[in-house]
Design a binder for this molecule. Structure first.
Ligand SMILES: Cc1ncc(COP(=O)(O)O)c(C=O)c1O
Length: 416
C-alpha cells in the first residue's frame, strides 16, 4: 500500500479528490448514494488513518512501556511519537500535558472527579453554559452533588449564543471552575472561549474547554488560548473511536490527584502505600489504546496536510448554501442563527416531528441526526423536544447540500 509520509501530505483543496480518501463515501444506502451529514456525531475515516492502524497491528503490536524486547520498544516509540504529533497539533507546550483518554466524555469525568475531590467544598460554584452537551453537564452535577456545591449556568440568547455579559457579574469568590463548549454540537455556535478564559483568569478561575466539535473544524492552540484544560474525541476529527485527549496545564495536572489506579500510573507500590508516576502516565492507568493513539495521530497528520483555513472556508460555503437554500422551504425554522457558527444546520419544520423528517431523509440516502443531540437543557431553553441536524465536513459537496434541500422539500410534501 502506498502510504503518504506523515507531514508531507500536502494537497490542494479539491473535494472530488478528497472524497477518494474516504472509502465509505462510495457506498449506497437504500439503493442511493450515501449523503453523510452526521459528521458532528462522528466523522468518516480516511484510508490513511485506517492503513496506519492496520500497519500497527500487522507489524508492531506489543504492550507499551513494559518490555525490554524490540517489539515492545517499537510499539512504545510509535505510541509516544503519536502523543508528540497530537501535542503539536493542538499547540501544547509539552507532550507530558497530553493525556490519552477514551474521549471527551472520559476527559471531563476525569477532571470533574479529581478537581472536585481536591478543590471543591460545600457551597462552592461551577459555571457551565446553557448550550452544553450532557457530557459537560452530568459529570459536574455528580461532582457537585458529592461535594455539596452548585452549578450556575450562562444563559443562552434567542440566536443560540451565550450571554457573555452575564459572566462578569456571576463569578464570585465561590466560583472554582468554568467549563464550556468551544463549539455547540446542537447548533454550531462558536463560543467566545478566548473572552471567557480572559474573564475567568482575571478572577483567578481556571477554565475547561470541551473541544469535541472544535477539533475537526477550528485550528486549536491551547497555549495561545491559555486554557487550563481542553478535551476532544478522535472519532469526530476523522480518527478512530474509543480514544481522545485531555490536555491540562502541567501546573494543574501535577497538583491534581490521580483518577483511576492500576498499572502504568504508579512509581512504586508497597502494602504501606503507593507513589505515583510522573505526567502523563499518572493519569493513564492500564494498557492504553495503542492502535487508537496511532490512528488519532494519523488523523492529525492527515488534517495537517491541508491548509486548514481553506477547509474551514469551504465548510462555511456549504453552510451558507444550506442556510440560503432551506429558506425557500415552507415552514422551516432554523434553530441557532449565531453569526459565528461552525458548519451545523439545525432546524424544525412547523407541525412536523424531527424523527419523521429524519426517516424520510434516510429513505433518500441522507444521514442526518434527529432529537435532542444530548443537549436537553438547551432544547428546553428553546421550548422544543429536538431538531433535525445536518452537520458538514470538508468532504461534503454542494450537490449533497442540494440533495438535502430537495429531500427536505419532499419530506414536507409527504408529511404535511
Ligand atoms: C460538544 C460535545 N461534547 C462532548 C461530546 C461527547 O463526546 P464523546 O461521546 O466522543 O465522548 C460530544 C459528542 O457529541 C460533543 O458534541
Amino acid at each position: 500500500m502506498n502510504l503518504p509520509t506523515p507531514g508531507t501530505i500536502h494537497k490542494n483543496f479539491d473535494v472530488h479528490e478528497i472524497r477518494k480518501d474516504f472509502p465509505i463515501l462510495n457506498r449506497k444506502v437504500n439503493g442511493l448514494p450515501l449523503v453523510y451529514l452526521d459528521n458532528a456525531a462522528s466523522s468518516q475515516k480516511p484510508e490513511y488513518v485506517i492503513s496506519q492502524m492496520d500497519d500497527y497491528y500487522h507489524r508492531l503490536h506489543a504492550n507499551v512501556h513494559r518490555g525490554v524486547h524490540q517489539l515492545s520498544q517499537e510499539a512504545t516509540d510509535a505510541f509516544e511519537k503519536s502523543r508528540q504529533t497530537i501535542a503539536k497539533f493542538i499547540g501544547a507546550p509539552s507532550d507530558h500535558e497530553v493525556i490519552f483518554t477514551r474521549g471527551t466524555t472520559e476527559s471531563i469525568n476525569l477532571i470533574a472527579n479529581v478537581f472536585s475531590i481536591s478543590h471543591i467544598n460545600p457551597g462552592d460554584e461551577i459555571i457551565l453554559s446553557g448550550l452544553e452537551h450532557h457530557s459537560n453537564i452530568v459529570p459536574w452535577q455528580m461532582a457537585c452533588n458529592a461535594r455539596g456545591a452548585q452549578i450556575k449556568v450562562i444563559p443562552v440568547l434567542e440566536n443560540g449564543t451565550i450571554d457573555i455579559t452575564w459572566l462578569d457579574h456571576a463569578i464570585t469568590d465561590k466560583t472554582k471552575l468554568i467549563s464550556v463548549a468551544h463549539i455547540s454540537n446542537a447548533l454550531g455556535t462558536i463560543n467566545p472561549v478566548e473572552q471567557i478564559i480572559d474573564i475567568a483568569h482575571q478572577n483567578g478561575v481556571p477554565v475547561f474547554v470541551d473541544g469535541a466539535q472544535a477539533a475537526p473544524h477550528a485550528l486549536i492552540n491551547v497555549a495561545d488560548l491559555d486554557v487550563d484544560f481542553y478535551a476532544f474525541s478522535s472519532h469526530k476529527m476523522y480518527g478512530p473511536t474509543g480514544i481522545g485527549i485531555l490536555y491540562g496545564k502541567s501546573s494543574w495536572l501535577n497538583v491534581l490527584p490521580p483518577w483511576q489506579g492500576g498499572g502504568e500510573m504508579i512509581e512504586e507500590v508497597k502494602w504501606t502505600g503507593t507513589t505515583y508516576n510522573k505526567l502523563p502516565f499518572k493519569f493513564e492507568a492500564g494498557t492504553p489504546d495503542i492502535a487508537g493513539a496511532i490512528g488519532l495521530a494519523a488523523a492529525c497528520d492527515y488534517l495537517s496536510g491541508f491548509d486548514r483555513s481553506e477547509l474551514l472556508a469551504y465548510e462555511n460555503k456549504l453552510l451558507d448554501a444550506c442556510t440560503n437554500g432551506m429558506r425557500s422551504l415552507q415552514g422551516i425554522r432554523p434553530v441557532g442563527t449565531a453569526a459565528n457558527k461552525a458548519a451545523v444546520y439545525s432546524f424544525n419544520i412547523n407541525g412536523l416531528h424531527p424523527y419523521d423528517i429524519g426517516t424520510i431523509l434516510d429513505q433518500q440516502g441522507i444521514a442526518v441526526r434527529t432529537g435532542h443531540h444530548c443537549a436537553q437543557p438547551l432544547m428546553d431553553c428553546f421550548g422544543i423536544p429536538g431538531t433535525v441536524r445536518a452537520s458538514f465536513a470538508f468532504y461534503n459537496t454542494m450537490d449533497e447540500v442540494e440533495s438535502l434541500i430537495r429531500a427536505t422539500h419532499k419530506a414536507i410534501k409527504l408529511l404535511s
